[in-house]
Design a protein around this ligand. Structure first.
Ligand code: SF4
Length: 216
C-alpha cells in the first residue's frame, strides 16, 4: 500500500501518540481457521462486552486492566520476528479504532488479519483478512457481513449449527465457512461437526491446533 507524503506524516504522528490496551503480544503459529499453520504475530487487545460464558480469555474483558502500548512499540515488537502476518484479536478488537495500527503494520510489510465478533458500530482498520466469529450473546452489526473473508462459528451445542447457517445468506459467496468446537465440549461436539461437514461440504472444520501443539 502506497501512502502520500501527507498520509505518511500523519501516520508517523499517530504511531507515537495513539496507544492501545494490550493484554499480550506474541509470535506463534496461527492455530485456527483459514490461516492455520502460518507463523503469526498475535496482538491481543483488551476490552470486550460480548459476555460469552465459555470465553477462555475473560481476563481480556476489562480494557482498563491492560497497559497501553503505542503503535510504534507494537510494530517494533512484531518486527523482531521473521513472520509478516499480524493477527489482531481480543477481547473484541474493534472496540478500538484500528486505523493507525493496521496502516503502520502494512507499511512495515505485514499482512493484517483480525478476528472479530462483529458487534461494534464501525469496522475500522485496513485489513487483508477478516475472520467474523459471531456470538449468540450479542448481535453482530450487519456492516461486517460483506467484509468478512471467513466465518468461524464456535459450536457449543446443537443449536449452534442453525446459528452458523443463519449468517450464510448475507455473506459474500467467496467467504470461507468454518465450524469449530468449543474446546471443553470437543468430545461431544467434534463428532457432530464431522458428520455435519460431511453432509454440508460447503463448511470446513477448524481445530484449535495450537492447543494440540501445546503452544500459545
Ligand atoms: S467475543 Fe471473544 S473475547 Fe469476547 S467474550 Fe466472546 S469469546 Fe470472549
Amino acid at each position: 500500500m502506497l501512502l502520500t507524503q501527507e498520509q505518511q506524516t500523519k501516520q508517523t504522528d499517530n504511531q507515537s501518540t495513539i496507544a492501545l490496551p494490550v493484554m499480550e503480544a506474541f509470535y506463534t503459529i496461527q492455530g485456527e481457521g483459514a490461516h492455520t499453520g502460518r507463523a503469526a504475530y498475535f496482538i491481543r487487545l483488551g476490552g470486550c462486552d460480548v459476555g460469552c460464558h465459555w470465553c477462555d480469555v475473560k481476563e481480556s474483558w476489562d480494557a482498563d486492566a491492560h497497559p497501553k502500548q503505542s503503535i510504534d512499540a507494537l510494530v517494533k515488537g512484531a518486527l523482531q520476528y521473521p513472520g509478516r502476518l499480524a493477527v489482531i484479536t481480543g477481547g473484541e478488537p474493534l472496540m478500538h479504532d484500528l486505523t493507525a495500527l493496521t496502516e503502520a503494520l502494512q507499511v512495515a510489510g505485514f499482512k493484517t488479519n483480525i478476528e472479530t465478533s462483529g458487534v461494534c458500530q464501525t469496522v475500522t482498520g485496513s485489513w487483508d483478512w477478516i475472520c467474523f466469529s459471531p456470538k449468540k450473546f450479542k448481535k453482530p452489526n450487519p456492516a461486517i457481513y460483506e467484509k468478512a473473508d471467513e466465518l468461524k462459528v464456535i459450536i457449543y451445542n446443537q443449536s449452534d449449527f442453525a446459528f452458523a447457517e443463519s449468517f450464510v445468506p448475507y455473506l459474500r459467496p467467496d467467504c470461507k465457512l468454518f465450524l469449530q468446537s468449543e474446546w471443553g465440549r470437543s468430545n461431544e461436539m467434534l463428532p457432530r461437526i464431522v458428520d455435519y461437514v460431511k453432509d454440508h461440504p460447503q463448511w470446513q472444520i477448524s481445530l484449535q491446533t495450537h492447543k494440540f501443539l501445546n503452544i500459545p
